[in-house]
Write a protein that binds this ligand. Structure first.
Ligand code: SF4
Length: 505
């Protein structure tokens, strides 16, 4: 979601005539699109801020901002008493209360100095509410330490950015067309000189190449798993219309995108998910279609049939099961049990086509006994997952687990469980990788370094190879023979023509 969010921020700013740099040292403004899923991601911001030069402005957005807005709400009683003249006369408490109660508040958080310095500030005529950072302990502490933080804002208010920037700091011009609600923002650049010559899509990708587009099909989540901050940080579910999703895919594909990844926290819960997949599969130029992350109980038989029939729908299902103990699943508020997990994986394994299965497992969840843990290990080994992403339980504010569950697993046990799970993963990875040796794969090049090329195949297996070719680029699809393995990765050789050129797809 952060890649998709960042692409939208980038699109809005480029449309306001800002230019983008990958080199953080060259930036006048550094934007942090934060994540709150684990405490570690929030802590990273404090560290990263130290790397920013004092002359560079900083904006902070994303989940960390959204859930901290709630932090301010808790302290609402104190605000009426807290009336320093520096906060500006316009910062009336009723205004702020109204803002928090409104469904779509357009709040920006500014420093006292910013509010005082800005002669243009006139709240009565504004369509947004500037609020003093001092009202929020986290924002206040950050701005005390880092005076170059210019702005905190919600990701949902991205569409609003041009208005804020123009009002406060920058002489900018922009097309009114870009002022769309968050879910309608297309990550594209309008051609300012000549609109008829088309539009260019923007991807921000976890890959080095830009030929993968991450398309959100809904936002946020109503599941309220007991450990998860997403519903508190980002709000309740909103499904995007099929036409809008397919139109976004068309824009990307017309502009050289080869791989589309449909995203949402519970991607297969969209009521028209199968229809969306079918519509996108019909589009020309598409090579690979993926989606992430599904929820086990929202899988429809039609979706599994599509995996069997459609060659462009990647043969890979990443299904976050989190645990295989009924006891823990119940405490996590995951609305399935181990029997359903078993039946679901069994269904996938019985499909006519071989589908790679990966999963997420949370370790150290409160009350996890040795028996619970062993049960998860046993099933992981039984099903031979292609990859397991281990999430270490991190208590998150607002969640039920943080408020009501104990942090009762001793440190020693935590570490021994993690290493046992890791050893099992290496064993499974070896077993699976050995079966891949001498197979031929079509892979998408992801990164090229001086000596090595990094790629992944349609089931998202990572493959590395010595770089001996001149005629390949990032985002090429090429044929590779697997020759060796290391834990969690395969090694391969590129197939070549007689003239030594790589065979491309
Ligand atoms: S399904 Fe559960 S874990 Fe996933 S985003 Fe929603 S609340 Fe969080």
């Amino acid at each position: 979601m952060n890649y998709a969010d960042s692409a939208r921020i980038k699109a809005i700013l480029i449309n306001c005539w800002f230019s983008y740099t990958e080199d953080i040292k060259k930036a006048d403004i550094v934007i942090f699109d934060t994540c709150s899923v684990r405490q570690k991601s929030e802590d990273k911001i404090t560290w990263k801020l130290k790397e920013i030069w004092k002359h560079q402005k900083v904006w902070i957005t994303g989940c960390m901002i959204q859930h901290n807005l709630r932090n301010s709400k808790l302290k609402i009683k104190n605000w009426t008493k807290w009336t320093p003249s520096s906060a500006g006369e316009n910062l009336k408490t009723w205004n702020f209360l109204w803002t928090l109660k409104s469904i779509n508040p357009q709040i920006i958080w500014l420093s006292t100095q910013e509010i005082n310095n800005n002669s243009k500030l006139n709240i009565q005529n504004s369509t947004f509410i500037p609020v003093n950072n001092a009202f929020n302990p986290i924002f206040h502490n950050l701005t005390q330490k880092r005076k170059n933080i210019e702005l905190f804002r919600r990701i949902d208010d991205t569409w609003f950015l041009p208005l804020i920037l123009k009002k406060f700091w920058y002489e900018i011009s922009y097309d009114k067309e870009i002022l769309n609600e968050y879910e309608k923002i297309l990550p594209i650049i309008w051609n300012h000189q000549n609109k008829s010559s088309g539009i260019i899509p923007i991807n921000t990708s976890m890959n080095a190449h830009t030929r993968t587009a991450y398309i959100p099909i809904s936002t946020w989540c109503n599941q309220f798993c007991s450990y998860c901050i997403v519903p508190y940080a980002r709000g309740l579910e909103k499904n995007f219309p099929v036409k809008q999703i397919v139109d976004e895919a068309k824009v990307h594909l017309k502009n050289w995108t080869k791989e589309i990844v449909l995203i949402w926290q519970i991607v297969n819960k969209h009521p028209d998910f199968v229809k969306i997949i079918k519509e996108i599969l019909k589009l020309p130029w598409l090579k690979w279609l993926r989606y992430t992350s599904p929820y086990p109980t929202f899988y429809s038989p039609q979706l599994l049939q599509l995996h069997e029939k459609e060659s462009k729908l990647c043969p890979h299902i990443h299904i976050p099961l989190q645990s295989w103990s009924d006891n823990i699943l119940k405490k996590m508020f995951r609305w399935y049990d181990s029997k359903q997990c078993y039946q679901f994986i069994d269904k996938i394994r019985k499909l006519k086509k071989q589908i790679s299965i990966t999963t997420d497992i949370i370790v150290w969840f409160p009350w996890e006994t040795e028996k619970d843990f062993k049960q998860t290990l046993k099933l992981i080994e039984y099903w031979n997952f292609d990859m397991i992403y281990i999430g270490i339980y991190s208590p998150r504010p607002w969640t039920l687990a943080d408020r009501k569950y104990p942090n009762d697993i001793p440190y020693k046990t935590k570490h021994s469980r993690r290493s046992r799970l890791n050893n099992l993963l290496i064993k499974i990875s070896k077993k699976n990788n050995l079966q891949e040796i001498w197979t031929i794969k079509t892979v998408l090049i992801n990164e090229i370094s001086k000596d090595w090329i990094f790629w992944y195949d349609e089931s998202l297996k990572q493959i590395i190879i010595h770089n001996k070719f001149q005629n390949i680029r990032i985002w090429d699809f090429v044929k590779v023979k697997i020759t060796d393995w290391i834990p969690f990765k395969l090694k391969g050789e590129m197939l070549k023509r007689q003239n030594d050129e790589a065979i491309k797809w």
